[in-house]
Write a protein that binds this ligand. Structure first.
Ligand SMILES: O=C(O)CCC(=O)C(=O)O
Length: 249
């Protein structure tokens, strides 16, 4: 995807979201913050058997046997992850896309796709529509587990047809694009966009963090393990973050 000239950045990102269903914000996470996020995540992955919110081959995001690890409720695990909810490089765009009424659907999830692994999902759409943020913690290219999209498919009333997947893997569809970019970038997509994971043919894991936003009045049809606990919500004192979590003062 061509870089967006700074002066038109928000307008162009909004048009891309509207017409293609996705856009990419490079350098979304400041480098020093990215280092801290990666270090903390590596600690959690190393010890994931003892992290209560970690799930291997999490069936909601991964095919069985794909070697994926999700860690849910990241905000609750460390403040370094909380800072991803209101980065000044991304939040204004999220607010503009959602009519300045953006609310988090749930807590953040980290996803690890193992080295040398097959695509961990098939073509699907997530529903909603919500606005998904995918923070890249590694450089993501076509060969190391990129998410792929069929641009503009969020405008279709149809989900991907069954033949888009074959033999337990997604097919290459005409017009599909791999969402690639450098570590620290943030990919935004409409969750009705047809998308899939692709194989990770590299020696390194692919690590991303997902956040989901919606307009405040839209119900989130998600699962309890993705949601913040009442104890965490009760601890929130910052008015901006309380608003993002849908806490009405
Ligand atoms: O991991 C990916 O690249 C895509 C994941 C996905 O499709 C999903 O969780 O909805």
């Amino acid at each position: 995807m061509e870089p967006v000239p700074e002066v038109h950045a928000t307008a162009l990102h909004l048009k891309r979201l509207e017409f293609t269903g996705y856009t990419l914000v490079p350098r979304a996470i400041p480098p020093t913050h990215l280092v801290r996020v990666r270090e903390r995540l590596d600690e959690l992955f190393r010890d994931h058997a003892n992290v209560p919110t970690a799930v291997e081959d999490y069936r909601r995001t991964s095919l069985p046997g794909s070697g994926s690890i999700d860690i849910n409720r990241l905000f609750e695990l460390d403040p370094v992850f909380e800072d991803l909810m209101d980065l000044p490089t991304v939040l204004p765009l999220v607010q503009a896309a959602l009519g300045h009424d953006a609310t988090l659907c749930c807590d953040a999830t980290d996803n690890y796709r193992a080295p040398h692994s097959r695509a961990a999902t098939l073509w699907h759409r997530d529903g909603g529509p919500y606005l998904r943020l995918t923070y890249f913690l590694d450089d993501i290219a076509e060969h190391n587990g990129a998410t792929a999209f069929l641009p503009a498919s969020h405008l279709s009333t149809e989900p991907p047809p069954p033949w888009a997947n074959h033999d337990g893997q997604p097919r290459l569809l005409p017009g599909m694009v791999h969402a690639t970019g450098p570590a620290g970038a943030c990919l935004l997509n409409n969750t009705n966009l047809w998308h899939t994971n692709t194989p990770n043919d590299s020696d390194q894991p692919r690590r991303v963090i997902w956040l989901l936003f919606k307009p405040s009045q839209v119900e989130f049809a998600g699962h309890d393990e993705m949601k913040s606990t009442p104890a965490y919500l009760a601890r929130q004192t910052d008015s901006g973050r309380r608003a993002l979590m849908g806490l009405v003062d």
